[in-house]
Design a protein around this ligand. Structure first.
Ligand SMILES: [Zn+2]
Length: 338
């Protein structure tokens, strides 16, 4: 289903008529049918009468699961599962506000963030939990925590009032939002899980990657220059990504810790570790600064399928270290006190 503006645009593209002229035709058609059809309906009829097929140009809508970083021109219909409170920020003198909407369908959930004047959309459309929205020409970025972030940008966000086949918000929440404690032998693609496992291997690769100092987005290298999609060529900041293997005795899975989570693993900031790597002239020196192997963690995260290897992997959202020795000492002292 196209929006009214899209249909008007299409008609203008295919004819020599002005927007105004097309709108007038649509209004006339609406009057002619005396309220039997919506404005969009009237616009469809006008387009058809002009021999413009709107169906042929309609693009396949994506499902949440198929969203990936860097995707442009995303058309998707999804249900609003949760709307967060707007948050103000003041970053390097740039003031603004941001708000996250969690959208979902039967395949998963994704955050859509609205920035600054985009926040008005919520009030303008009267959006609330459970509503269905349609995003046209959106794009997908990776946020600071390594999660996908859908953006409207120059695209459009609309409320869909027609009946749409999508699971209810509470169903989506219970399937994808609340992590459930699982064994590694039981995890599936798309699960949000909590597991207790031991880090049995750390892949020793260059842990640093380049990010935009203004917005934190991962940068692309274009002919030796570091480019941000929003801010153009920039002098990069650095963030870290650490990968390894978790094992809980029932199974194992590759795990990735991005950004603050990677910093917390080492107990140092990316900046400090980058300085150390530069001093030692070796990014691998970072791995000497912490003894990560053999530690137990409670980790929450999302299970994905690696597109190259087809193996499952977990993107950590949070973790807690478990000090086994301390747990044992506490237990021992409690026993002694009895
Ligand atoms: Zn940027």
């Amino acid at each position: 289903m196209f929006s009214l503006e899209e249909i008007v645009d299409k008609i203008c593209e295919h004819t020599t008529m002005s927007q105004k002229k097309v709108q007038k035709l649509i209004e006339e058609k609406e009057d002619e049918l005396s309220g039997l059809v919506s404005k969009e309906g009237a616009a469809y009829i006008v387009a058809r009468e002009l021999g413009i097929s709107l169906l042929r140009e309609s693009k396949k809508q994506l499902k949440v699961k198929s969203l990936t970083e860097g995707l442009n021109s995303v058309d998707i219909v999804a249900r609003v599962v949760r709307i967060s409170e707007p948050r103000s920020f003041d970053k390097d003198g740039r003031k603004g506000s941001v708000l996250g909407l969690i959208l979902g369908d039967e395949t998963g959930t994704v955050r859509l963030s609205l920035w600054n004047e985009e926040l008005d959309i919520i009030a303008d459309l009267g959006l609330k939990d459970g509503d269905v929205v349609k995003i046209t020409h959106g794009y997908v970025k990776m946020d600071n925590r390594g999660n996908l972030d859908l953006r409207v940008g120059r695209g459009r966000l609309e409320k869909v009032d027609e009946e749409v086949k999508l699971p209810e918000a509470h169903g989506i929440r219970s399937s994808f939002e609340s992590p459930r404690r699982k064994l590694l032998s039981d995890i599936k693609e798309g699960d949000a899980v909590e597991i207790r496992a031991c880090l049995v291997q750390v892949f020793k690769r260059n842990p640093f990657f380049e990010v935009c100092p203004s917005c934190g987005a991962r940068l692309r290298n274009k002919e030796g220059k570091w480019m941000c999609d929003e801010h153009g060529e920039v002098k990069p900041d650095y963030q870290m990504v650490i990968s390894g293997v978790l094992d809980d005795g029932y199974g194992n899975v590759r795990v990735t810790f991005f950004r603050e989570l990677a910093e917390r693993l080492f107990g140092k900031t990316a900046k400090e570790l980058r300085a150390l790597a530069q001093e030692k002239l070796d990014p691998m020196a970072v791995y000497e600064t912490a003894d990560l192997l053999g530690k137990d963690f409670i980790i929450t995260g999302r299970v994905k399928k690696n597109e190259m290897t087809e193996n499952l992997e977990m993107i950590a959202n949070s973790f807690e270290g478990i000090d086994v020795k301390k747990e044992f000492e506490v237990l021992a002292s409690e026993l002694a006190a009895d």
